[in-house]
Design a binder for this molecule. Structure first.
Ligand code: AMP
Ligand code: ZN
Length: 711
């Protein structure tokens, strides 16, 4: 129930509105407002939304449309008259110095053109407007207050006027300076806005740790960040490794008086200054654009690259660069008129779970895969989703026939975030987990402490096929022209039983198959032959030994002259290698002590598949070279090479690349338009500052030296 109305009813009416937005009229306003309030409450207070952001925005737009047609019907409590509130009873509240507004959302270039037209009208500018386009970080908003260079307060957005005082939690964020040199500009009091956010790699690690501890997984980094900021114990906030990216200075007071404009002319200058005094500000993905056409082109480009960004971003924010023009634009009660968010295609959607199938993995793990009513998600049509494992299904109480929220994060297979039990009818049925393998019917087993059920039959046909697919894949033996469909076909024809059969394929018979020609068979033969000389780490990885990933395979390959030696190794010999733990050691030990591994290795040898350590298996350790033992950093634009090329050259010359200026840095190479890094290095006074030419001379000085290899 939400304020006396069943939630199911609110959701259903909302869906009707969404299905026929044009039929929603002034009479529906009270219902529409109540539905929006309900969803705001689910989102901000319960931290548990039941519709996608996209659908929320569509409902919001319907409300905006009707209200603009009938301004006399606007009520003070309308969702358009305020921003969502995330206030909770657990914290003291604190008043923001300036209203903490939301942003207007747009989904289409047309919206951006409208925005630009309005900006030009409000400012009276005839020529093109200069915009700064930044990533829209998908975390949790933070307000920050600095007095005399000291961080004195951190707050949530709250209701826009006041927020929860979470200073002690905010202080645990390591990328946020507790002391920042605002006085460099004569500023004594500053209010900033930023986003508390967990980097994608830290988030993945966080969930891996939780899985090991048997805790519920976080659905996404935003929930994890929002929750972290509201912990009662700051130590728990710290454990989630948040970053704070600062994107706005909203208030400044000091020697020139009060107002950000008394200290800066543009938003770009502000960001530059904030970066200089130690803040993490939007980086990469940020661009200054002259005129809205450039903005629109950049939006498309950035959306295509969004997965490459180290933080989750759900769009871009377009801001008028000049602060005097920002002032002319002003703000509504809800959002500034000088900025607009361009939202990327939704990564969450609501659909129906139609069926659940059970797949067998290469190590026998049984994974439930949900078949859903096809739905578009971030530009891709989705019909299958991951359901992780039995524990996940049970803890989330997901049933066949349920409406479910699905999400796609990164390039991985989309997964079910949660079901919507409020919308259930009588047709739902529970998901039955099988007790035997759906392929070979062997009874399934589950190890103590593990969440997955496994088929224990090593010869299970699906496991064999999955192992073979893995064996030929890119990071393993890398056999071009052989993938899932070829493996399945050859397996069906009984040409493949174990890995070595790949080197005994009957090419004449393949040539006669549908879909193969002389040329493709010749290419396949060549790729298979070429794989015989692979470094042994590829083979080791390709064998699908439990617990041995690519990194472990490389580590072990670096320590062994010939794979046959592993048949004699003791567990202690394995664990003596750094990074090889007891579980992995036991697993490889067992694998290499099995009689069938002996047969397999003998067969590989007879077929000419390399089992000897190669140069590529030995790590390169450079102890000589012109830059041996020195650290280096590149800044600005280089003329003769890309930054990556330069870093490779430096590495070859024995140097270690650093990512920032610190007292550990020895050499800074400056290209064109070098900025804050150069300044910082100069301030330190201990860094050798050189240009690209000098760098090239340094590197070439030692071009004759050969790197030493480590056995
Ligand atoms: P919304 O959540 O739709 O109300 O959008 C406003 C929120 O976007 C702000 O409160 C910020 O938390 C967030 N945001 C993320 N990145 C930026 C950015 N670069 N500039 C302004 N706001 C941002
Ligand atoms: Zn099986």
């Amino acid at each position: 129930m939400y304020q006396g109305v069943p939630e199911k009813q609110l959701i259903e009416i909302g869906n009707k509105f969404l299905a026929h937005p044009d039929r929603v009229g002034p009479d529906d306003l009270p219902a529409l407002r109540r539905i929006l309030h309900y969803h705001e409450w689910r989102y901000y207070v319960k931290n548990d939304p039941v519709i996608s952001d996209y659908d929320y925005d569509r409902l919001y737009k319907i409300l905006q449309r009707i209200e603009s047609e009938h301004p006399e019907l606007i009520t003070p409590d309308s969702p358009t008259q305020r921003i969502g509130s995330d206030l909770s009873a657990d914290f003291k509240t604190a008043r923001h110095l300036t209203p903490f507004l939301s942003l207007e959302n747009s989904y289409h270039p047309d919206d951006l053109n409208d925005f630009d037209r309005q900006v030009r009208k409000l400012t009276g500018e005839a020529g093109p407007i200069e915009y700064i386009v930044e990533p829209k970080f998908d975390g949790s908003s933070l307000g920050l207050l600095y007095e005399n260079n000291i961080l004195v307060r951190g707050t949530t957005r709250g209701n826009g006027i006041e927020g929860d005082d979470i200073t002690n939690n905010v202080k645990t964020i390591t990328s946020l300076p507790l002391r920042a040199h605002f006085s460099a500009k004569g500023i004594t009091k500053a209010e900033l806005r930023g986003e508390g956010i967990i980097r994608k790699d830290n988030f993945a690690q966080l969930n891996r740790d939780r899985e090991q501890q048997g805790l519920d997984l976080f659905a996404n980094a935003r929930n994890a960040a929002a929750g972290a900021l509201r912990m009662k114990d700051p130590k728990e906030t710290a454990a989630r490794k948040l970053d704070c990216i600062v994107y706005q200075l909203t208030f400044a007071e000091g020697q020139n008086g009060t107002g950000v404009r008394r200290y800066f002319d543009t938003h770009g200058e502000v960001l530059h200054f904030l970066s200089d005094i130690g803040f993490l500000v939007p980086h990469d993905f940020i661009k200054t654009c002259i005129g809205i056409r450039e903005v629109i082109a950049y939006c498309a480009d950035a959306e295509a690259r969004r997965e490459a960004y180290p933080y989750e971003i759900d769009g871009l924010v377009i801001k008028v660069n000049r602060l005097d023009l920002q002032e002319k634009c002003g703000a509504t009660a809800h959002h500034p008129r000088w900025a607009i968010a361009f939202k990327f295609k939704a990564k969450q959607a609501v659909t129906t779970l139609e069926d659940v199938q059970f797949q067998v993995g290469k190590l026998g793990a049984i994974t439930p895969v949900g078949k859903v009513t096809p739905v578009e998600l971030a530009g891709v049509t989705i019909s299958s989703v991951s359901l992780h494992n039995e524990d996940f299904i049970r803890s989330k109480d997901i049933r066949i026939g349920d409406r479910v929220i699905i999400e796609r994060a990164g390039e991985v297979i989309p997964y079910i975030v949660k079901s919507l039990p409020d919308l259930r009818d009588d047709h739902v049925r529970p998901i039955r987990f099988p007790s035997e393998c759906p392929v070979c019917h062997t009874p399934l087993v589950k190890k103590e402490g593990e969440a997955v059920w496994r088929c224990p039959n090593y010869d299970c046909p699906e496991q064999v096929v999955q192992r073979l697919i893995h064996f030929v894949s890119k990071d393993a033996m890398d056999i071009d022209g052989m993938g899932e469909s070829q493996v399945r076909k050859f397996y069906q024809l009984q040409w493949l039983h174990d890995f070595d059969d790949i080197y005994k394929l009957p090419y004449d018979k393949i040539r006669a198959l549908d879909g193969f020609g002389d040329k493709s068979v010749e290419n396949l033969r060549r790729a298979i032959e070429a794989s015989k000389t692979n470094p042994i780490y590829r083979l080791l990885f390709g064998l699908s030994i439990p617990h041995v990933g690519l990194k472990a395979a490389k580590t072990i390959a670096a320590h062994v002259g010939h794979l046959r030696e592993l048949q004699q190794w003791t567990i202690e010999q394995f664990t003596a290698i750094k990074d090889v733990g007891p579980i992995m050691a036991q697993s490889i030990h067992d694998f290499f002590h099995r009689p069938r591994t002996d047969r397999l290795l003998a067969s590989f040898e007879a077929l000419g598949v390399n089992l000897k350590q190669t140069d590529d298996d030995r790590p390169v350790v450079i102890s000589s070279g012109p830059l041996a033992g020195r650290t280096i950093l590149f800044t600005g634009t280089l003329q003769h090479m890309t930054r990556t090329e330069a870093q490779k050259l430096a590495e070859k010359a024995g140097a270690q690349n650093l990512s920032g200026v610190s007292k550990h840095l020895n050499i800074l190479v400056v290209g064109e338009k070098a900025g804050s890094k150069l300044r910082k290095a100069r301030e330190l006074g201990t860094v050798q500052i050189i240009d690209e030419q000098e760098f090239l001379k340094l590197v070439e000085a030692g071009a004759g030296d050969k790197p030493e290899r480590l056995r």
